[in-house]
Design a protein around this ligand. Structure first.
Ligand SMILES: Cc1cc2nc3c(=O)[nH]c(=O)nc-3n(C[C@H](O)[C@H](O)[C@H](O)COP(=O)(O)O)c2cc1C
Length: 166
């Protein structure tokens, strides 16, 4: 079979994707044994209002992916400019991500960022395959907002809302 996409330049694809500004989230969960896990994600999106569903795309190769795919719950923390360094830490493999004490734990032991722009707590509803990623679909059971404004991610860097991009 002829692959219609074999001519796609991977660098052009990545550059095109980088032209899409997004928010930044740190998505967290805990393993069955109680260890917290998390990763930085810009692929968060609203999916449905009724029922309340959100989604985030997770690289199958991420160290934390087996824990998220087996977990019952996850939390989407929408981060502010003050969390930029933390977001880089959560995007770095092998880091001791929960070492700095920025997180609190809810009644079921799930880690959340108390000063996030928003905290969205979910039950894992479905895991949908998507190439080298999986789509985690979460049913929202609690959502709250903070006073901080969200930071944005554009062309590989953080931008404050209202700041001009280079
Ligand atoms: C701003 C930003 C957004 C990211 N978005 C995603 C994403 O949506 N999905 C994903 O799987 N990885 C994303 N990453 C990369 C992961 O955060 C990174 O690979 C992480 O270390 C994976 O978790 P692990 O340490 O458990 O392997 C993003 C990284 C950055 C800096």
């Amino acid at each position: 079979m002829v692959d219609r996409f074999q001519g796609l330049d991977p660098d052009a694809f990545r550059s095109a994707l980088a032209r899409f500004p997004s928010g930044v989230t740190i998505v967290t969960t805990r393993s069955a044994s109680g260890t917290p896990h998390g990763f930085t994600a810009s692929s968060f999106a609203a999916l449905s209002l009724d029922p309340p569903l959100v989604l985030v795309c997770l690289d199958r190769g991420a160290d934390c992916s087996p824990v998220f795919m087996a977990g019952e719950r996850f939390i989407v923390n929408i981060v502010t400019p003050a969390h930029a360094e933390l977001a880089i830490k959560f995007a770095t493999k092998g880091e001791n991500k929960f070492a700095n004490g920025a997180f609190e734990f809810d009644e079921s032991g799930q880690p959340l960022l108390p000063d996030a722009a928003a905290v969205i707590r979910c039950e894992l509803e479905q895991v949908v395959p998507g190439g080298d990623h999986v789509i985690l679909i979460g049913r929202v059971h609690d959502a709250r907002t903070g006073s901080g404004k969200p930071v944005t991610w554009y062309r590989g860097g953080f931008l404050r809302l209202g700041e001009s991009a280079a």
